[in-house]
Design a protein around this ligand. Structure first.
Ligand SMILES: CC(=O)SCCNC(=O)CCNC(=O)[C@H](O)C(C)(C)COP(=O)(O)OP(=O)(O)OC[C@H]1O[C@@H](n2cnc3c(N)ncnc32)[C@H](O)[C@@H]1OP(=O)(O)O
Ligand SMILES: N[C@@H](CCO)C(=O)O
Length: 359
């Protein structure tokens, strides 16, 4: 294990080797590495955070580059780093330091690209479990995550039901809806039909116009009509271009700078395949197998994981709790407006203690 880029005495990022790992598909990779971020006192109970599709291990980040849950995590914040330590892994199949399609094979030095094994949500969880074992943990206090991170959280509760006391699933359902698969299909097709993609052997992410299109289609489902209406209201900065158009163009270009297209394809496929009922007699039967207390949070206007689907699921899980957030953000509500729902999470974690929010 190597420690790199520590930002202050209580926070560090590193990568850990879990050795040979056999995927659900039966393929084995010899030297699998998971990158992770760790904050808070080393002897405190662990809150394990699972990231979403284009997320990474930097949930906390640094002062100069705050992480994607920086407003939720910290001293006296809902995820309180005076009482808990926070650990976040970059998923197996990701592109921020964990082994994935953009990684190089150890012996030949060749990039895996499409020779990387198909990765499932269950593979991601098994790999993180192995990494936590290597780090010396036998239990965590809670597992939390939104979207793809919520799918991992659900699988954590079923694959390792005694490993945690609580689960927090934000904006995720027991399986991905046909509506979700439909948009993933449009995104995947936009990438694969781009000649520059070249069957995964692209010279550079920057050339992939199809990747930009995939992100643009995704962004429409991560936000909502009301948000776009309030933000843009048919406004234009140029005579022939609406601001919603330049916004989507901008988001499409931005993804190419921060994510690998093959990794994106693998993670879309993992989301499509996600189904807690697979091999467990269906999702209702699986729902009875959680031992940790399950908490779910839905977000108004979430087209992909709507409130009705989340509540239909949670009603099957005895002792579980649900919180619905009124927001214009839709699905991406789990990345913003922490003051709306962070207090509820903090209160549940602390079992009725103070419900602070840090901004
Ligand atoms: C849990 C996870 O792991 S998910 C991973 C987290 N993801 C990320 O951190 C990256 C993805 N980012 C996001 O999803 C968002 O930034 C959020 C949800 C964190 C915050 O969203 P918002 O505050 O609504 O900002 P949003 O991303 O929609 O847009 C702002 C950007 O669009 C640009 N923009 C806004 N309007 C326009 C326009 N009309 N034309 C061009 N660009 C525009 C802004 O300049 C800004 O640019 P910047 O990102 O370079 O600063
Ligand atoms: N907008 C987030 C959530 C997608 O589910 C992301 O890009 O990861």
């Amino acid at each position: 294990m190597s420690l790199t880029n520590p930002t202050h005495s209580k926070q560090s990022s590193a990568a850990i080797s879990i050795g040979a790992f056999t995927f659900e598909c039966g393929e084995t990779l010899e030297d699998v590495v998971l990158a992770y971020e760790r904050s808070g006192p080393a002897d405190a109970p662990v809150l394990l955070i699972c990231h979403a599709l284009t997320g990474n291990q930097f949930a906390v980040g640094t002062k100069d580059e705050p992480g994607w849950w920086a407003g939720l995590i910290g001293d006296d914040c809902p995820l309180d780093t005076t009482d808990y330590q926070i650990i976040t892994f970059n998923v197996l199949g990701g592109c921020h330091g964990s082994t994935g399609p953009a990684s190089k094979r150890k012996v030949s030095g060749q990039t895996y690209r499409l020779e990387f094994p198909p990765v499932t949500i269950r593979d991601m969880v098994h790999a993180q479990y192995r990494a936590l074992q290597v780090l010396g943990f036998t239990q965590v206090h809670a597992v939390l995550g939104g979207s793809l991170g919520g799918m991992q959280t659900l699988e954590w509760g079923l694959l390792y039901p005694d490993f945690m006391k609580q689960l927090y699933v934000l904006a995720a359902t027991p399986s991905l809806s046909d509506y979700g698969i439909a948009f993933n299909h449009i995104g995947a097709k936009a990438i694969k039909d781009d000649p520059a993609w070249n069957n995964g052997n692209y010279a550079s992410n920057q050339q992939l116009h199809g990747f930009a299109l995939a992100r643009m289609a995704g962004m429409v489902t991560y936000r909502s009509g009301p948000l776009f209406q309030k933000r843009f209201d048919r406004s234009r900065s140029e005579p022939l271009s609406y601001n919603i158009q330049s916004y989507l163009d901008y988001q499409g270009e931005k993804i190419k700078d921060r994510f690998d297209a093959n990794s994106y394809l693998y993670l879309l496929e993992a989301m499509n395949h996600h189904d807690i009922g697979r091999g467990r007699g269906g999702w209702k039967k699986a729902s009875s197998q959680f031992k940790a207390q399950l908490h779910t949070i839905s977000f108004q206007h979430d087209l992909l994981y709507p409130r009705e689907l989340m509540e239909g699921f949670i009603n099957e899980v005895p002792g579980s709790k649900h919180f619905h957030v009124e927001t214009d953000y839709g699905h991406d509500g789990f990345l913003v407006e922490f003051s709306q729902w962070g207090g509820w999470v903090g209160q549940q974690i602390r079992k009725g203690g103070k419900a602070s929010d840090c901004g």
